[in-house]
Design a protein around this ligand. Structure first.
Ligand SMILES: [Zn+2]
Length: 276
């Protein structure tokens, strides 16, 4: 193979690899990248213009083209920012940039109703959601989640207290909402302590010492009490958390369940599943 064709081959492999990675991360990013690459080749754009071009194409695809198409397929965008009468939002705007905030209208309504209830009962409380789903296609998983593939699953951040006990009205324990674990105490259940099978139960031990906020047991119990009663009427089917947190916040409630030892840990967020 001559040198230029070797280079061309490497470029194509890099382009396809990038498109695959973006598809896994954002669903539509791979298409945006390939579209930009085609335009860049057609117009002979230099590298800097190609990078800017990708940002522009990705922005137009994500924020102009995708939302109405997703709606035709039955998925809406959960709100990226909180506002008057809307006390809930993505934990981080990056979630919306990555198109990971799509769900069925029923899921959106459930999150909105929970957030309104919590804000009424604990004024100032903003409910933050984490990963929901992608805009299109049932069965297309939102990695690394195994089950977020039909728009009927959404993860919520816990409600937190500062180390001195003050309520955190708005905000999770960290910028992305995951990985700040409410680990079981010495006398609490640890069903996966000796799990042998391969699993997604990462510890991220180095991060734990940086976490100063702790889940607020009062608001967590209130949220779970609402979800497992009123939430049921909104189509909520199940809530997944670790057994020791169920014992602390919703003992004996059968729709609050353990996800098992093979899935990711669920002592850093609430996972909700709806029937619609
Ligand atoms: Zn989940």
């Amino acid at each position: 193979m001559s040198k230029p064709s070797w280079r061309r081959g490497a470029r194509i492999v890099a382009l396809l690899g990038g498109a695959l990675a973006l598809t896994i991360l954002t669903q539509v990013g791979g298409v945006a990248l390939l579209l930009t690459a085609w335009l860049a080749r057609l117009r002979r754009w230099p590298v800097w213009l190609s990078v800017l071009g990708f940002v522009a194409v990705y922005g137009v695809v994500s924020f102009v083209v995708v939302p109405p198409l997703a709606e035709i397929g039955g998925r809406v965008r959960l709100s990226c920012v909180a506002g008057p009468g809307r006390p809930y939002a993505a934990v981080n705007p990056g979630l919306c940039v990555l198109n990971r905030n799509y769900a069925t209208p029923e899921t959106d309504a459930l999150v909105a109703a929970l957030a309104t209830h919590m804000a009424d009962r604990y004024p100032g409380t903003i409910t933050r959601f984490l990963d929901a789903g992608f805009p299109f296609f049932d069965g297309f998983p939102l990695m690394p989640h195994l089950s977020h593939r039909d728009g009927r699953k959404v993860d919520l951040a816990y409600y937190y207290r500062e180390a001195d006990g003050r309520r955190v009205l708005d905000g999770a324990a960290g910028p992305i909402g995951y990985w700040a674990y409410e680990a079981p105490g010495a006398d609490e259940a640890r069903p996966c302590a000796h799990a042998k099978q391969p699993n997604l139960r990462w510890d991220f031990a180095a991060l734990q010492s940086r976490v100063t906020r702790r889940a607020d047991p009062e608001r967590m119990s209130a949220a779970l009490a609402w979800l497992t009663t009123e939430g049921r009427a909104h189509g909520l089917r199940k809530v997944l958390i670790e057994p020791h947190l169920k014992q602390r916040w919703a003992p004996g409630v059968d729709m609050v369940r353990f996800q098992g030892c093979r899935a990711a840990r669920h002592d850093d967020h609430l996972h909700l599943e709806l029937s619609k």
